[in-house]
Ligand binder design. Structure first.
Ligand code: ADP
Length: 396
């Protein structure tokens, strides 16, 4: 089966066409600057990337251009659109309505729309992408895969905030968690890779990318995760603050003469390791800065690693132990220095680092020593493949 995986943002769209039998990517790329001017990046497997400037007033034109590229006589990955058997859409927020992926129907879309309030920047864009695909490929089955779904197994004690209960009842204020597709994929793969029985396992997944979150997974089910109502809570991230004293918001608003939107903008876009270092949100730059003696870059890395280690410690408590830990996403897969520092805090668990293995980049590898009490591994995430698998499971 060929599955087109679509990840729609407000002005961009990423896509991959995947053959689900061989789990190979036939073509991939993205559309950028939708609604502004428009640029299509397309790459057939084995060929160079092509970039084309083309008007994309809406997502519909963008998706049409992707479909045209996929069937292009010279560089297309397929001969006709009849070879697209299903479409899998990433949807950011499924609220409490979706604990798993779902086939897209009118009723299902209505339920997704009801979650728009919870992710006003993301869900509307996801829905626009779905509608655009529906109008261009009306007979192709489509599936929505939610970032929040995997975390719906969290118990109440983990998802309730210490706020008036009516806010949960009336406004659905609670922890939802994000990156669920990745946490699900990586926890399963970790168990497989280490030969563990997932149904009898305690796993912690550290998804450390520009956005970063941690989850505690018991017997294959999420019991806690660091992101909350929105993806702002938890770890210190590229540009997001993660956990702070909520009273800082009022204090800074007064000092800087900001309204709520202004403070939120600071917490989302000007904080994290970017705000701490004043230099970059990218760990390659921070590491280079640190090596050149830049104290703020060094502090940003320390703050980031310390927060990750504290979360892991708290999830060991949540799980009452831990069998294995996975590092994933851009930083988790590549930044050996981050893994080394985090693991340094966890020696009390009997964890010891294999320094040689920790030098590797972006490959599946065990980075704890054979005598380490807890196994630690790098497991590259693959959200597109996870969406493809979910889609196949529902349309087959
Ligand atoms: P997202 O999907 O949230 O945008 P990614 O998972 O792609 O993020 O992670 C991107 C981040 O990964 C970069 O900002 C950078 O900090 C980090 N990263 C990527 N490659 C490397 C590398 N070789 N060494 C250190 N950090 C890296």
């Amino acid at each position: 089966m060929n599955v087109l995986v679509i990840n729609c943002g407000s002005s961009s769209l990423k896509y991959q066409l995947i053959n689900s039998d061989t789990e190979t990517v036939l073509a991939k790329g993205l559309c950028e600057r939708i609604g502004i001017d428009g640029r299509l990046v397309y790459q057939k497997a084995g060929l160079d990337k092509e970039t084309t400037e083309a008007p994309m007033p809406t997502h519909k034109e963008a998706i049409q251009l992707v479909l045209d590229a996929l069937v292009n006589e010279k560089t297309g990955a397929i001969k006709s659109l009849a070879e697209v058997d299903a479409v899998g859409h990433r949807i950011v927020h499924g609220g409490e309505k979706f604990a798993s992926s779902a086939v897209i129907t009118d009723d299902m879309l209505k339920a997704v729309e009801e979650c728009n309030d919870l992710a006003p920047l993301h869900n509307p864009a996801n829905i626009i992408g779905i509608n655009a695909c529906k109008s261009l490929m009306p007979n192709v089955p489509m599936v929505g895969v939610f970032d929040t779904a995997f975390h719906q197994t969290m118990p109440k004690k983990a998802f309730l905030y210490g706020l008036p209960y009516e806010y949960y009842e009336n406004y659905k204020v609670r922890r939802y968690g994000f990156h669920g597709t990745s946490h699900s994929f990586v926890s399963k793969r970790l168990a497989e890779f280490l030969g563990m029985d997932i149904n009898n396992s305690k796993i912690i997944v550290a998804h450390l990318g520009n956005g970063a979150s941690i989850s505690a997974v018991k017997d294959g089910k999420c019991v806690d995760t660091s992101m909350g109502l929105t993806p702002l809570e938890g770890l210190v991230m590229g540009t997001r603050s993660g956990d702070i004293d909520p009273a800082i918001m009022e204090y800074v608003a007064k000092k800087e003469n900001l309204d709520i939107a202004g403070v939120m903008n600071v917490l989302n876009k000007k904080s994290g390791v970017q705000g701490l270092s004043g230099k970059s949100s990218d760990f390659r730059d921070l590491e280079a800065g640190m090596n050149e003696g830049d104290d703020r870059c060094a502090a940003a890395i320390e703050v980031f690693c310390y927060r990750v280690a504290k979360y892991i410690g708290s999830y060991v408590a949540a799980l009452n132990g831990v069998d294995a830990i996975a590092f994933t996403a851009g930083i988790g897969e590549n930044a050996g220095i981050v893994r080394e520092k985090v693991m340094g805090y966890l020696e009390y668990l009997g964890i010891s680092l294999d320094k040689e293995a920790n030098k590797s980049h972006g490959e599946e590898i065990v980075i704890s020593t054979p005598d380490s009490k807890v196994k630690v591994a790098v497991i590259p995430t693959n959200e597109e493949l996870a969406i493809c698998r979910e889609t196949v499971a529902l349309v087959k």
